[in-house]
Design a protein around this ligand. Structure first.
Ligand SMILES: Cc1cc2nc3c(=O)[nH]c(=O)nc-3n(C[C@H](O)[C@H](O)[C@H](O)COP(=O)(O)O)c2cc1C
Length: 256
């Protein structure tokens, strides 16, 4: 069947020049052998590059300043999207779930870690059912990981509305579309919903997405992990010693 009959060229489009078909599937002799994950990863150990050192003895008394220092270093080192962290939650059956999202803020002591999400998304429902979570970030260029665990509190709607107003128009349109993680029949259906949301935002610039929520993870543990090519990784864990929200921490070195 000719390409045009198959709909591969449109009216007025040039037909492909005659000659060998460039599509890889028509050239089985060039098709790469299927490769396994261990084969692909052979000889590629993680963190086999010069990495910064971490003087855990000189670490500050609270995790907040250390996180800001590491984040600034990640930005300077050109780590792409260093503010994107993995949020882990558990569902109603106790089964873990995880996804990445943008970390919005951390208070000065490293006690409150702020992110926003749709309350009616799976993660929002999981947090409503079980308000505890972990945040994890890995910055490969530096071989650094930060892990945070704690309880999660949803901020008042007024706080969420104020935060929503700071978002870019594109982000607000996306949130106004809503229905995150529901099955989608087609991309056209999504495009129509975006157009509706865009018109709504133009008509009502103060519109706030229903269910837009700001959450604070109140940390009880924050761990800083500095990788080392020789596996002399340095790990420092901060443990909150007072009640929730209090910026009182103890520090412990951990075996790698
Ligand atoms: C780089 C990146 C940044 C993201 N940022 C956010 C975010 O800030 N908020 C959010 O709800 N989802 C964000 N997502 C999408 C989430 O990973 C996830 O797909 C979505 O929130 C649905 O998760 P859920 O079904 O567990 O609720 C981001 C994804 C990527 C890859």
């Amino acid at each position: 069947m000719a390409a045009e009959e198959e709909g591969l060229t449109g009216p007025g489009e040039a037909r492909p020049a005659p000659g060998p078909d460039p599509r890889p599937e028509s050239r089985p002799e060039h098709r790469p052998e299927p490769r396994s994950v261990p084969e692909l990863l052979l000889g590629r150990p993680p963190m086999a590059r010069p990495l910064p050192t971490f003087d855990a003895e000189a670490a500050p008394a609270e995790p907040g300043p250390l996180f800001v220092d590491w984040l600034a270093t990640a930005l300077d080192a050109g780590v792409p999207d260093p503010q994107v962290v993995t949020l882990s939650t558990v569902d109603a059956d106790g089964v873990p779930d995880a996804r990445v999202l943008v970390l919005r803020d951390v208070d000065a002591a490293g006690t409150g870690w702020v992110f926003s999400a749709a309350a009616d998304s799976p993660k929002g429902r999981q947090l409503a059912d079980h308000p505890a979570a972990a945040l994890t970030v890995y910055w490969p260029q530096l071989g650094r990981q930060v892990r945070v665990r704690g309880t999660v509190e949803r901020a008042a709607d007024l706080v969420a509305a104020a935060e929503f107003a700071t978002r870019s128009p594109a982000a607000r349109v996306g949130a106004l579309v809503g229905r995150q993680s529901e099955p989608l029949a087609s991309l056209e259906e999504y495009d129509e919903a975006v157009a509706v949301a865009r018109r709504r935002l133009e008509a009502t610039p103060d519109a706030v997405a229903a269910g837009h929520a700001v959450y604070t993870l109140w940390a009880h543990e924050v761990e800083f992990w500095q990788g080392d090519a020789q596996r002399r990784h340095v790990r420092l864990r901060y443990t909150r010693t007072g009640p929730v929200r209090t910026p009182e921490w103890s520090r412990t070195l951990l075996w790698p």
